[in-house]
Design a protein around this ligand. Structure first.
Ligand SMILES: C[S@@+](CC[C@H](N)C(=O)[O-])C[C@H]1O[C@@H](n2cnc3c(N)ncnc32)[C@H](O)[C@@H]1O
Length: 231
């Protein structure tokens, strides 16, 4: 999951050290144009270090992040599990978020060598908290990544007002030389909850230039805007 673009001046190397998948501010810019009005109430159920709240300063952003080390980096982030907390937060005008992509960043073992490993677990330096999506691989037999995201998207869509906007940032990745289309999977699930696609965009991203698949990374991030249609 190469969210960090080292050419982006706002996303510094320090951010990258604190969290392995910080959302580049160029991506938040790409989401911002869909927000219904200035000052509207925005949810980020996968807040990380709170980039959405820190960057969307003219909006009332509420972030939720499971890991205290990351949640505590932003005063607008509640530390806890989105699945349990979102149903108690009232209605939102919009959601802007980026889930873990279910790629090798979800690897959850202690490395026994000194190779460069950009995983959630390595960056935080301990086992991830129960209820996390960040140690689940997309497309595995037990469907753990899929089942948990379906539940979280369901509570998020319920928390949206009628005509509310859901802006998703996701990126496909390469596994065994094949493109794994995790973005389409998220798109289909969110649509299945009654959300209509407004627009889809691809934003070029260079990705991280190291690791086994450095030459074979997908070169763009997807931004998909959905609207909750009042019926
Ligand atoms: C792709 S990162 C988001 C990074 C964020 N956009 C930023 O710029 O810092 C996904 C985040 O979701 C968090 N997460 C995973 N499962 C969660 C859950 N059930 N509730 C709340 N946060 C969760 C992970 O700990 C991780 O920090």
């Amino acid at each position: 999951m190469a969210k960090i673009d080292l050419d982006e001046i706002e996303t510094t190397l320090d951010d990258y050290k604190k969290h392995p998948a910080v959302m580049g501010t160029h991506l938040i810019d790409a989401c911002k144009k869909y927000l219904p009005f200035l000052g509207c109430r925005v949810l980020d159920p996968f807040a990380g270090i709170g980039t959405t709240a820190k960057y969307l300063i003219d909006y009332d952003v509420v972030g939720i992040e499971l890991e205290p080390e990351w949640a505590n980096q932003c005063p607008k982030t509640i530390c806890g599990d989105s699945l349990k907390i979102v149903p108690f937060l009232g209605k939102f005008d919009a959601i802007v978020t980026s889930p873990a992509y279910g790629n090798r960043m979800a690897d959850d073992f202690e490395a026994k060598d000194n190779s460069k490993r950009i995983t959630y677990r390595h960056t935080i330096g301990r086992k991830l908290t129960t209820g996390t999506t960040a140690n689940l691989h997309f497309g595995r037999k037990n469907g753990g990544y899929e089942k948990l995201h379906e539940k979280i998207w369901s509570v998020c869509v319920n928390a949206l007002s009628d005509n509310g906007i859901f802006v998703l940032n996701c990126k496909d990745f390469i596994r065994n030389s094949k493109i794994i289309e995790v973005t389409s999977w998220h798109r289909n699930v969110i649509e299945s909850f009654g959300m209509q696609i407004v627009e889809e965009n691809k934003i070029p991203s260079k990705g991280m230039g190291f690791g086994k698949s450095a030459e074979k990374r997908v070169g763009y991030e997807n931004i998909i805007c959905f609207k909750k249609i009042f019926k």
